[in-house]
Write a protein that binds this ligand. Structure first.
Ligand SMILES: Cc1cc2nc3c(=O)[nH]c(=O)nc-3n(C[C@H](O)[C@H](O)[C@H](O)COP(=O)(O)O)c2cc1C
Length: 227
């Protein structure tokens, strides 16, 4: 099976990718997957012009010429797509949003109502493609922190996606935090193994992956003591 990883962190050393790489290690324990990682920040992806030429021209082609088409071809031919990115302003980083906006040629202009929402009909059938979204953030956990992102992902990509939201991620690249981070990193490795066998993650495993490494009061205290 082909796996495409879209790394949406702009950093050389991404906190979120620590978890994603561990998941991939578990996923590919038996070398059954062909994994390709794209570091989106290194690609030339212009913002969508909003001209709808990709819909009007029937061929589904964007009039802009940059790296989007090549990545979209990889995307279409992948069985599993894993988005790995940090939460920015309760959403995704702008260069990743540009990529997501530019996915509109995968749909047609035609709309219909489905499961209580309005959707555009697919031009390319990706209904069997598994989509995982691993999003790390810097705040400790609080209710509603990921709500804006979650709304966007489920409306854009459908309710069958697997989102994994992780708080306190700047700890993941801190050596002193290893006693706290190592168990979570290991859980991601095991979750990858589970996903390889079942192509899904049950809610109890997802809950474990999303459980904060540290209580919020202690986390805030540590952050405020830095500098
Ligand atoms: C521009 C910017 C916006 C951010 N917005 C949020 C936010 O809304 N909520 C949050 O919890 N963390 C926010 N963060 C913190 C990052 O999500 C956090 O540092 C994360 O660990 C970075 O992951 P990465 O290393 O994979 O890029 C923001 C960071 C930056 C630079």
């Amino acid at each position: 099976m082909k796996v495409l990883v879209i790394n949406g962190s702009p950093k050389e050393i991404s906190d979120t990718m620590v978890l994603t790489c561990s998941f991939l290690e578990g996923l590919n324990k038996n070398n059954n997957f062909e994994i390709k990682i794209i570091h989106l920040i290194k690609k030339n992806i212009k913002p969508c012009l909003g001209c709808f030429k990709c819909w009007k021209n029937e061929n589904g082609k964007c009039i802009q010429s940059d790296d989007q088409e090549e990545i979209m071809n990889e995307y279409i031919s992948s069985d599993i797509v894993i988005y790995s990115f940090p939460l920015y302003s309760y959403a995704m980083p702008s260069h990743l949003k540009a990529f997501v906006d530019r996915l509109i040629p995968l749909n047609k202009m035609t709309m219909k109502e489905k499961d209580g929402r309005i959707v555009h009909l697919p031009r390319v059938d990706l209904s069997k493609q598994k989509k995982i979204f691993i999003c790390g953030c810097g705040f400790p956990n609080f209710e509603g922190n990921f709500d804006g992102l979650d709304f966007m992902l489920k409306n854009k990509f459908g309710k069958d996606i697997l989102p994994i939201y992780v708080s306190e991620c700047p700890m993941l690249n801190e050596k002193e935090a290893e006693p706290l981070t190592k168990p979570l990193i290991e859980k991601f490795r095991k979750a990858g193994e589970y996903f390889a066998a079942n192509l899904d993650i049950p809610s109890n495993i997802k809950k474990e992956l999303e459980t904060p490494m540290l209580d919020k009061e202690t986390y805030i205290k540590i952050v405020n003591s830095l500098r």
